[in-house]
Design a protein around this ligand. Structure first.
Ligand code: COA
Length: 424
């Protein structure tokens, strides 16, 4: 049927769910927006994760509050404003735990998903997404599917069978592409500090943002790298295609690239299509620290918005205003910590807003969420070097962090650290 007919099957007062990025069905979203504009859908709520296509509940939340409200588990630019003004909601979660939360707490009246075309056995691959979809499919009272002709078929990803589906529409649109990261001298410098510590044969997770991507780009001279990651990125495809990554040293899934979702360029989507060397698996498996740690030399590289002098890392909010979400940062910090030879790096430029704000602060901004706690943090990196925090006291940490802060802020940070009583 058409996307409009699919959306018309959503009953009033439904709790609607969709999964991360490209799993979202653009045409069904458009049809839902239309129903809200017509006032023919009432009292529904949608829970989203890294929103990719506009929804009225985030665009004009007050106007459509009686039709559809939004709840985000990880904000993108599309939901941030509504969440930060309190008219849409935010739900904290460690990514690895999300499928268990779906199982235990979510009342999934409707699950919406975009999938690849059906194979001759009636199965549709969930394209480029493992994430929490398998759990949503088990829990949903109604499954509504958009089959996008251009969604890659991932050989090893969760599948949905035609017999499970309540309604289906077909679409044929190009998947959106992630803008290539802007890699400047500062990111290259930071990437240099990290890559010189990465041994050949290491198993990589690279997070969201330009710094993790810059690290990926700098690793082309390495050998036998492995990939076990939350998000598959273009820099990883470049490592695989250049031969720097071949997954040959992995103890778990040797020879295979493992991710829980992908988002990048068209070239990446082509790489994924029917590729037997790649598996996109559920996030409670991929991001489980005990699974991550089965490989040796796990290297996790993630970004942050600010860090305090004791090592508390905020990567999700600017003060109390949600910017993104926790995602799997802590999952990989933990997995790397437990892996033999593993290391986790939290990396960012030392300042924000044209050098007016130091991202290393005496205390986190009021309301900031702690994404990686100070008990598990390992290394912090800026363009001024690497601060090893694990195994170090408050005083030692403060000294290390001040050393890698921007020179303009070091004196003030030292003064505050002494005032707070964490160093002499
Ligand atoms: N104070 C004020 N503003 C700040 C700031 C600070 N301390 N730090 C950053 N900003 C601003 C930047 O100037 C930028 O503003 P702009 O959009 O107006 O240019 C914005 O906040 C984003 O900062 P940036 O450093 O460009 O972010 P990024 O795209 O590199 O992403 C995170 C960094 C931390 C937001 C991102 O990695 C994230 O969401 N992580 C959470 C989850 C995670 O790590 N998952 C890992 C597994 S995939």
């Amino acid at each position: 049927m058409s996307a409009t007919e699919v959306a018309c099957r959503i009953p009033d007062h439904s709790d609607i769910y969709s999964d991360i990025f490209l799993a979202q069905p653009k045409t069904i979203y458009e049809a839902i927006n239309h129903r809200c504009e017509e006032d023919s859908l009432r009292g529904c709520r949608i829970t989203t994760f890294l929103e990719l296509y506009p929804l009225v509940c985030y665009e004009e939340p007050l106007r459509f509050a009686g039709n559809l409200t939004g709840r985000s588990i990880f904000c993108s630019g599309l939901s941030r404003r509504a969440v930060d003004s309190g008219v849409a909601d935010y739900m904290p979660s460690t990514y690895c735990d999300l499928p268990a939360q779906v199982r235990e707490y979510f009342n999934v009246d409707v699950f919406l998903i975009s999938v690849s075309p059906m194979d001759r056995h009636g199965f549709m691959s969930l394209g480029v997404t493992g994430a929490a979809s398998a759990e949503y499919l088990k829990k949903a009272k109604r499954i509504f599917v958009e089959v996008n002709r251009q969604m890659p078929y991932c050989a090893e990803a969760p599948k949905v069978h035609i017999s499970q589906i309540d309604a289906l529409c077909e679409a044929d649109y190009m998947l959106p592409e992630l803008d290539p990261p802007k890699i400047d001298d500062v990111s290259r410098k930071i990437a240099g500090f990290i890559t010189e510590r990465i041994p050949n044969g290491a198993c990589l997770q690279l997070g969201i943002g330009s710094i993790p991507d810059a690290v990926g780009m700098e690793l082309k001279t390495k050998h036998h790298l492995g990939i076990h990651t939350e998000m598959l990125t273009d820099s990883m495809i470049a490592l695989l295609e250049s031969g720097a990554a071949d997954n040959s040293r992995k103890k778990l899934h040797a020879g295979k690239t493992i991710a829980t979702f992908a988002y990048g360029s068209e070239q990446m989507y082509k790489y994924i299509d029917h590729n037997p060397s790649l598996a996109i698996l559920p996030v409670d498996y991929v991001n489980n620290p005990y699974v991550i740690a089965q490989n040796d030399d796990v290297i996790s590289v993630n970004a942050a918005l600010e860090v305090d002098l004791t090592g508390q890392v905020c990567a999700e909010s600017l003060g109390h205003k949600m910017f993104s979400g926790s995602g799997g940062q802590l999952d990989y910090v933990r997995g790397a910590l437990m892996s033999r030879g593993g290391m986790s790096f939290i990396a960012f430029p030392s300042t924000a807003k044209n050098n007016t704000i130091s991202k290393i602060r005496p205390v986190l901004s009021a309301g900031a969420g702690v994404t990686t706690n100070r008990n598990e943090v390992d290394m912090i990196v800026t363009e001024y070097g690497v601060a090893k925090l694990r195994g170090r006291s408050f005083g030692e940490r403060a000294k290390e962090l001040i050393r890698i802060a921007h020179p303009d802020f070091r004196e003030q940070l030292q003064f505050e650290a002494v005032k707070m009583g964490i160093m002499l």
